[in-house]
Write a protein that binds this ligand. Structure first.
Ligand code: HEC
Ligand code: HEC
Ligand code: HEC
Ligand code: HEC
Ligand code: HEC
Ligand code: HEC
Ligand code: HEC
Ligand code: HEC
Ligand code: HEC
Length: 395
C-alpha cells in the first residue's frame, strides 16, 4: 500500500522508481537510439548549421524528455528534464542550433563527470557559452550594473541564461520588422521581476505598467525603455537624475503619442520654464554629472509607481499628495505651499494671468526697447554722417 505523504514532499513518482533501474533503462534506450541515429545520419544528411555529423537532438531528448530526471550537484539536485515541445518551438531549434552545438562536451552517455557542486556554479560554468554566436551582447557594456555584480560574485547576478532560457527562448526580434516583437515587449518586466520584485510590483500598478501588463499597450515605457537591457547603468547617479526629465520628455513631448490620451505635451516646456527645471537644465548642461538637489519629474510623480494625476491615493494633482512630496525638500512647507508651483499648463489670460501678462509685457517690452535703441543708434549714425558731409562741403 502507498504510504500517505505530506503535500510538500518531493514529486511522488520518483520515490518509487528505483534509481538503478531507471538509469540502466535510459542507458539501454539511449544506446539503441544512438545506434539508430548514427546509422541514419548519412542518409538524413541534415544540413547541420554549425557541426557536421552531429549527434541528433532526438538522441538527447529520448532520455531528457523523461520527467523527474535530476543531476546531483553537491547537496543540491538540478532537474535535467527538457520539454521537447518547448524546445521545438524555440528560436534555437528554429535556427537549427542543436543540443550539441551548445553542449560541445557531450556526445553520448554516460556524460563527462560534472565537477561543480552547486547549481549556481554549474550555471556559471556556462557563462561564456553564448559568446561564439552572440558576441555583441557580451561587448555592449562590460561596466553595466549586472556585469559589475557578476564581477563581484554577487549570488544572484544575472547570467545570459537568467533572462534567456536557451531551451525555450522564443524569437525576440521580428524577422521581417527587425524590431522587438509585441509579445517580447510585453514580457520584459516579468524577466526583471525574478530579481527586482519590489520594483515590478510598484510598476505593474502604475499608470505605465498597468497599461502594458493589462492592456498590452506599447506606448508606455517598460523597464528597458528607461534602463536599457545589456548596458544597464546605475540609475541613482547624478547623471541619470539630470537626464531623467529628457527621458520622460521623449514621449511626453510627442503629440503623436500623447494626443491619444488627451495628455498635455507642455509638461516638459513648463517644467523647464519653472524654477526647479530651469536650474536642473542649466546646471546639468554645465556639469552633466554634478549633483542637483532641485526637483526632477520623478520627485513629484514617483518613478515606478507613477499614477494618473487625479488618482486619489498617489495623484500629484491632489494637494495633500503633492505637499508631502514638496516637504521632502522643503521641510517647512505648509498646506498652501504647493500653490507656489505654477503647474504644467502654459500661462494664459485665465490660467496664471499674472505670469501670462508679465510674459506678454516682456514679449512687447523687450522688442520695443531693443527696437527703440536700434532706431536711436541708426538715426544717430545717419545724423553724424550727414553733419560730416555738410562740414566737408563747407570746408
Ligand atoms: C541514456 C540517457 C541519456 C542520453 C542519451 C543523454 N543524456 Fe544527458 N543526462 C542523462 C542523465 C541521467 C543526466 C543526469 C546526470 C547523470 O546521471 O549523468 C544527464 C545530464 C545531462 C546534462 C547536465 C549534466 C552534465 O553532464 O553537463 C546535460 C547538459 C546533458 N545531460 C545533455 C545531454 C545532451 C546534449 C545529450 C545528447 C548529446 C544527452 N544529454 C544525452 C541522460 C542522458
Ligand atoms: C543555445 C544553447 C543551448 C542549446 C541549443 C541547448 N542547451 Fe542545454 N543548456 C545550455 C546552457 C547554457 C545550460 C546551462 C543553464 C544554466 O543552468 O544556467 C544548459 C543546461 C542544460 C541541462 C542541465 C539542466 C538545465 O536545464 O540547466 C540539460 C539537461 C541540457 N541543457 C540539455 C539540453 C538538450 C537535451 C538540448 C537539446 C534538445 C539542449 N540542452 C540544447 C545551452 C543550450
Ligand atoms: C537582465 C536580463 C538580461 C540579461 C542578463 C541578458 N539579456 Fe539579452 N535581452 C534581455 C531582454 C529583456 C531583451 C529584449 C530586448 C529589449 O528589451 O530591448 C534581450 C535581447 C537579447 C537579444 C536580441 C537582440 C538584442 O540585442 O536585442 C539577444 C541575442 C540576447 N538578448 C542575448 C543575450 C546574451 C548572449 C546575454 C549574455 C551576455 C544576455 N542576452 C543577457 C534581457 C537580458
Ligand atoms: C551555435 C550558435 C548559438 C549559440 C551558442 C547560442 N545561440 Fe542564441 N541564437 C542563435 C541564432 C542563429 C539565433 C537566431 C537569431 C539571430 O540570428 O540572432 C539565436 C537567437 C537567440 C535569441 C533571440 C534573438 C532574436 O533576435 O530574436 C536569444 C535571446 C538568444 N539566442 C540567446 C542565447 C543565449 C542566452 C545563449 C547561450 C546560453 C545562446 N543564445 C547561444 C545561435 C546561437
Ligand atoms: C537574476 C537576477 C536579476 C535579473 C533577472 C535582473 N537583475 Fe537587475 N540586478 C541584479 C543584481 C544582483 C544587481 C546588483 C545590485 C544589487 O546587488 O542589488 C542588479 C542591479 C540592477 C540595477 C541597478 C540598481 C542599483 O541600485 O544600482 C538596475 C537598474 C537593474 N538591475 C535593472 C534590471 C532590469 C531592467 C532587469 C530586466 C531587464 C533586471 N535588472 C533583471 C539582479 C538581476
Ligand atoms: C519611466 C522610467 C522607468 C521605468 C519604466 C522603470 N524605471 Fe527603474 N528607475 C527609473 C529611475 C528614474 C530610477 C532612479 C530613481 C531614483 O534615483 O530614486 C530607477 C531606479 C531603479 C532601480 C534602482 C533603485 C534603487 O533604489 O537602487 C532598479 C533596480 C530599477 N529601477 C528597476 C526597474 C525595473 C525592474 C523596472 C520594470 C519593472 C523599472 N525599473 C522600470 C526609471 C524607470
Ligand atoms: C513640482 C512638481 C512637479 C514636477 C517637477 C513635474 N510635475 Fe508633472 N504634474 C505635477 C502636478 C501637480 C500635476 C497635476 C496638475 C497640473 O497638470 O498642473 C502634474 C501633471 C502632469 C501630467 C499630466 C498632464 C495632463 O495633461 O493630464 C504629466 C504627463 C506630467 N505631469 C509629467 C511630468 C513630466 C514629464 C515632468 C518632468 C519634465 C513633470 N511632470 C514634472 C507636478 C510636477
Ligand atoms: C515610452 C513613452 C513614455 C515614457 C518614457 C514616459 N511616459 Fe509617462 N505616459 C506614457 C503614456 C502613453 C501614458 C498614458 C497611459 C495611459 O493613460 O494608459 C503616460 C502617462 C503618464 C502619467 C499620467 C498622466 C495622467 O493622465 O494623469 C504621468 C504622470 C506620467 N506618464 C509621467 C511620466 C514621467 C514622470 C516619466 C519619466 C520618469 C514618464 N512618464 C515617461 C508614455 C511614457
Ligand atoms: C528634490 C527636492 C525638491 C522637491 C521635491 C521640491 N523642491 Fe522646490 N526647490 C528645491 C530646491 C533645492 C530649491 C532651491 C531653493 C532653496 O534652497 O530653497 C527649490 C526652490 C523652490 C522654489 C523657488 C525658490 C523659493 O524657495 O522660493 C519654489 C517656489 C519651490 N521650490 C516650490 C516647490 C514646490 C511647490 C514643490 C512641491 C510641488 C517643490 N518645490 C518640491 C528642491 C525641491
Amino acid at each position: 500500500m502507498r504510504p500517505i505523504k505530506p503535500q510538500h514532499s518531493p514529486p511522488r513518482w520518483s520515490d518509487y522508481l528505483p534509481f538503478i533501474r531507471r538509469v540502466s533503462l535510459f542507458l539501454g534506450f539511449g544506446l539503441l537510439l544512438y545506434a539508430l541515429a548514427s546509422a541514419a545520419a548519412p542518409a538524413q544528411a541534415a544540413p547541420g548549421h554549425f557541426q557536421e555529423d552531429k549527434t541528433s537532438n532526438d538522441f538527447c531528448l529520448a532520455c531528457h524528455q523523461e520527467k523527474g530526471l535530476t543531476l546531483t550537484l553537491g547537496a543540491e539536485s538540478l532537474p535535467v528534464t527538457i520539454n521537447p515541445v518547448a524546445f521545438g518551438l524555440s528560436v534555437h531549434n528554429e535556427e537549427e542550433v542543436a543540443c550539441v552545438d551548445c553542449h560541445t562536451e557531450i556526445s553520448d552517455y554516460p556524460h563527462p563527470e560534472v565537477k561543480e557542486t552547486s547549481a549556481r556554479a554549474f550555471s556559471l560554468s556556462f557563462a561564456e557559452s553564448c559568446k561564439e554566436c552572440h558576441e555583441d551582447q557580451y561587448e555592449v557594456a562590460p561596466d553595466s550594473v549586472h556585469a559589475q555584480a557578476l564581477n563581484e560574485d554577487k549570488e544572484n547576478a544575472p547570467l545570459c541564461t537568467s533572462c534567456h532560457n536557451p531551451h525555450t527562448q522564443g524569437r525576440l526580434i521580428g524577422k521581417e520588422s527587425g524590431e522587438l516583437t509585441i509579445s517580447a515587449r510585453i514580457h520584459v518586466p516579468e524577466t526583471c521581476a525574478q530579481c527586482h520584485l519590489e520594483k515590478y510590483d510598484a510598476y505593474k500598478d502604475s499608470v505605465h505598467g498597468k497599461a502594458l501588463t493589462e492592456e498590452g499597450n506599447l506606448d508606455v515605457p517598460s523597464c528597458t525603455n528607461c534602463h536599457g537591457v545589456h548596458n544597464i547603468e546605475d540609475p541613482t547617479t547624478p547623471l541619470f537624475r539630470n537626464t531623467s526629465p529628457a527621458l520622460c520628455a521623449d514621449c511626453h513631448d510627442d503629440p503623436a503619442i500623447m494626443d491619444k490620451y488627451d495628455i498635455s505635451t507642455d509638461v516638459y516646456e513648463t517644467y523647464v520654464a519653472d524654477f526647479h527645471g530651469t536650474n536642473v537644465k542649466l546646471f546639468s548642461e554645465q556639469f552633466p554629472d554634478g549633483e542637483t538637489n532641485k526637483a526632477v519629474c520623478f520627485d513629484c510623480h514617483g518613478v515606478h509607481d507613477i499614477a494618473n494625476v487625479d488618482d486619489p491615493v498617489k495623484g500629484a494633482a491632489l494637494r495633500a499628495n503633492l505637499l508631502e512630496r514638496c516637504q521632502r525638500c522643503h521641510p517647512d512647507a505648509t498646506e498652501n505651499f504647493p500653490g507656489a508651483w505654477l503647474g504644467h499648463r502654459l500661462a494664459s489670460p485665465t490660467h496664471q494671468p499674472i505670469a501670462y501678462y508679465v510674459n506678454l509685457f516682456y514679449k512687447i517690452f523687450i522688442p520695443a526697447v531693443i527696437g527703440g535703441m536700434l532706431f536711436f543708434v541708426i538715426t544717430d549714425i545717419y545724423r553724424r554722417r550727414v553733419n560730416r558731409a555738410k562740414g566737408a562741403k563747407k570746408a
